[in-house]
Design a protein around this ligand. Structure first.
Ligand SMILES: [Zn+2]
Length: 362
């Protein structure tokens, strides 16, 4: 049955988030943070950095970055606080960049004086695989996410770098405490889960799948989540990022279905990708943000309910336009595909063109 967490309003349809006594595991994990000695965690990070620091000036860690506020915060901690020399690696999504996204991408290398590599998949392969992910799974960026999960590891190993620092651990979203600090286990599992045959069945050639062939010597790399070492907060990361030149969408684009203008702002159609979980799970971006803000004490539950009711179902028209122009579909073709994925345990048909939730959300 569709239920929401009584603390943060996150629905129980969210994958990988168990509930206990009507409270989601993300809230339970957030509460556990109050017991953490953050000074000692930062010292632990300093110890790890000391182990991998290179004295000859070469790169001593890899940080996968998009250019977003969290990327800025991770590089801030690694370079400015820990004094490391990170190599930044970006795997871009294929959609049109926002002005802010383009500026932030260049800003991160410039403001922190870091070398940066941009990896892009062949445009032809990308169009085919994004379209397949959309049509078959309603998950257009599945392939890009697999590349994002693979390329930084492969590049680190290629350059003989043994430390890789990621941002948020799954623990923040209700994952197991075992995966709070090190990302090695999770990525081993992810690599094993990659289904090459699925992409080949969608028309991809083997040569187009090089980027998601998992690294062989993965054990030579130590991978951590920054959210284990510092009290991770998107609001705090935004403040850090702004101090280093990060810009948001305030002066560029007021996004429908969104209640902030500084998260996931790199490209236009990414918002359409995020919206596509709505038909399957009955929630999307507004619910994600509301849950985080409530946990951090930045929003009341009552206000959260208002925002979700008003915005969570909305798909931004600009994002939709950019998405369909990338895959070459008409609006009608887009909705015909989405039509197949509405979760009938949550939604019922409302007239010829709409779906609405069967039960009241709150
Ligand atoms: Zn919760």
């Amino acid at each position: 049955m569709f239920e929401v967490c009584r603390r943060c309003l996150m629905p129980n349809t969210r994958p990988e988030t168990p509930f206990e006594d009507k409270v989601c595991q993300a809230c339970i994990n957030f509460d556990a943070r109050s017991q953490v000695d953050w000074k000692s965690r930062l010292n632990e990070l300093a110890g790890i950095c000391e182990r991998y620091r290179r004295q000859d000036g070469s790169w001593d860690c890899v940080v996968p970055v998009s250019g977003g506020k969290d990327s800025h915060a991770i590089v801030f901690y690694m370079k400015e606080v820990m004094g490391m020399n990170p190599l930044l690696i970006t795997v871009g999504d294929p959609f049109t960049k926002t002005k802010a996204g383009a500026k932030n991408y260049y800003n991160i290398g410039e403001t922190f004086n870091c070398d940066q590599i941009l990896f892009t998949v062949s445009p032809k392969a990308l169009k085919c695989l994004v379209t397949a992910g959309f049509e078959k799974l309603l998950n257009p960026l599945l392939f890009v996410e697999q590349v994002l999960n693979t390329i930084p590891f492969k590049m680190a190993l290629k350059f003989g770098i043994q430390l890789l620092m990621k941002g948020e651990s799954p623990f923040i979203y209700g994952g197991s405490v075992i995966e709070n600090k090190s990302a090695n286990k999770r990525f081993h599992r992810k690599f094993n889960d990659f289904d090459m045959q699925f992409w080949i069945d969608q028309g991809a050639d083997k040569e187009e799948l090089n980027s998601i062939v998992p690294p062989k010597n993965f054990d030579e790399l130590d991978t951590y989540y920054m959210s284990y070492f510092v009290p991770w907060s998107s609001l705090k990361n935004f403040e850090i990022a702004k101090r280093y030149g990060f810009v948001d969408l305030t002066h560029e684009w007021k996004r429908e279905g969104c209640i902030e203008d500084f998260e996931q702002i790199d490209s236009i159609a990414y918002l359409a990708h995020l919206w596509l979980k709505y038909p399957k799970f009955g929630f999307q971006r507004t619910s994600d943000i509301v849950a985080r803000r409530i946990r951090e004490g930045a929003l009341t539950v009552e206000r959260g309910k208002e925002l979700i009711s008003k915005y969570d179902h909305k798909l931004d028209q600009c994002a939709l336009e950019d998405f369909i122009s990338f895959i070459g579909y008409s609006t009608n073709e887009f909705w015909s595909i989405v039509e197949r994925f509405w979760n009938t345990e949550i939604f019922k048909k409302d007239g010829n063109f709409g779906w609405k939730m069967k039960v009241s959300r709150f």
